[in-house]
Design a protein around this ligand. Structure first.
Ligand SMILES: [Zn+2]
Length: 294
C-alpha cells in the first residue's frame, strides 16, 4: 500500500509518497502555476488540476491511494470555495480525480490536512492545533486519530475570527478578521508597502526598522489571543505555527507568547504549549498522504 499526497497550491504543487509503514519514499514540487493559469481561463481549471495530478503520479511509482489538499472549503470532496485556484467551485474533485486516475481519492481542506501532517511528521503529542500563516490563515485540529472536519467540512476557519484591533476589510467580506493583521499579507498591510513580502518586512525588522517590528508585534499579539481562545476551547497539547510567515518566528514569538499567557487563566498555565512548526512547507502534502492511507 502506497499513498500519494498532493498539496495543490496556486503556484506550486507539492507531492509526497508514503509506503504502508508511513516512510517517505518520494517527494517533489511541480511548478504548475495553477492559480495564474486558472485565472486566465477559469473554465479550464478542473482539467488543469487533473493534468497536474497526473504529472505528480507519473513522477512516482505506482500508488494505491491519493490524497489531495486544496485551499478553501471542501465538502465531501466537492470544492465549495477556492481562493487560490479560481474556477473550481462546485467541482466534485474527488470523483473527477478518481475517474481520471482509477485509484481511490480523498480530497480535503489543506489546513486540516496540514494539522495531520504536522502532528505525525513533527512528532508532537496530540491533540494538536496547527496554524498555517500564509496569504491567509489556515487552521486545523488533529484529535489524535483524525483531522476534525466539522459537520460541513469547514471547521477551524479561525482566520475569520473578528479579533484584529482594526476594521480592515477581509477577502471574506467581513472586517477585522484575524488574518487581516496576522497573515503574511496582514503583516505587509500593517507595514504599509504592498510591494514587499513578509520576508522583506522581517529583514527590515532585523535591520532595526521600528515599524516592521511593530507590524510583527501586532500579528504576534493577535495570534497569541487566538491561541489562548483555542487553548480554552480545545485544550490541545500544542498549538504549532507553520506556513511561510513562520520563518519570521523570531519576531512573532515574544508578543505571541505574552498575549497567549495573558489570555489563559493562571490555573491553566503550563498546559498547552505554543511552538513553531517542524514540518515546514511539506505539512499539507504529508497530511494528504496520511489521509489517503486512512
Ligand atoms: Zn475574513
Amino acid at each position: 500500500m502506497r499513498a500519494l499526497g498532493i498539496d495543490l497550491g496556486g503556484t506550486n504543487l507539492r507531492y509526497l509518497c508514503l509506503d504502508h509503514t508511513r516512510r517517505i519514499v518520494a517527494r517533489g514540487t511541480i511548478p504548475a502555476r495553477l492559480g495564474a493559469r486558472a485565472r486566465e481561463d477559469p473554465q479550464a481549471a478542473p482539467s488543469l488540476v487533473v493534468e497536474a495530478v497526473r504529472a505528480a503520479l507519473r513522477a512516482v511509482d505506482s500508488v494505491d491511494a491519493l490524497g489531495v489538499a486544496i485551499a478553501g472549503f471542501v465538502r465531501e470532496g466537492v470544492v465549495v470555495a477556492s481562493p487560490n485556484i479560481p474556477g473550481l467551485v462546485g467541482w466534485d474533485a474527488a470523483r473527477a480525480l478518481e475517474e481520471a486516475t482509477g485509484i481511490p481519492v480523498r480530497v480535503h481542506n489543506d489546513a486540516s490536512l496540514a494539522a495531520l501532517g504536522e502532528a505525525v511528521g513533527g512528532g508532537w503529542d496530540a491533540p494538536l492545533v496547527h496554524l498555517t500563516l500564509g496569504t491567509g490563515i489556515g487552521a486545523g485540529f488533529y484529535d489524535g486519530q483524525r483531522p476534525w472536519l466539522g459537520a460541513h467540512g469547514t471547521a477551524m476557519e479561525i482566520g475569520h475570527w473578528k479579533l484584529a484591533r482594526t476594521r480592515r476589510r477581509c477577502g471574506c467580506g467581513g472586517r477585522g478578521c484575524l488574518e487581516t493583521v496576522a497573515s503574511a499579507t496582514g503583516v505587509v498591510r500593517s507595514y504599509g508597502r504592498p510591494r514587499l513580502d513578509a520576508a522583506a518586512v522581517a529583514r527590515l525588522a532585523d535591520a532595526g526598522d521600528a515599524k516592521a517590528v511593530r507590524a510583527f508585534a501586532q500579528a504576534g499579539e493577535a495570534l497569541g489571543r487566538a491561541a489562548a481562545m483555542l487553548a480554552l476551547a480545545l485544550d490541545p497539547a500544542v498549538i504549532t505555527f507553520g506556513g511561510g510567515m513562520s520563518a519570521a518566528w523570531r519576531w512573532l514569538r515574544a508578543p505571541l507568547e505574552d498575549a497567549f499567557r495573558a489570555g489563559v487563566p493562571d490555573a491553566l498555565h503550563g498546559q498547552t504549549r505554543v511552538a513553531r512548526a517542524r514540518t515546514g512547507a511539506e505539512a499539507g502534502a504529508l497530511g494528504a498522504a496520511l489521509f489517503a492511507l486512512g
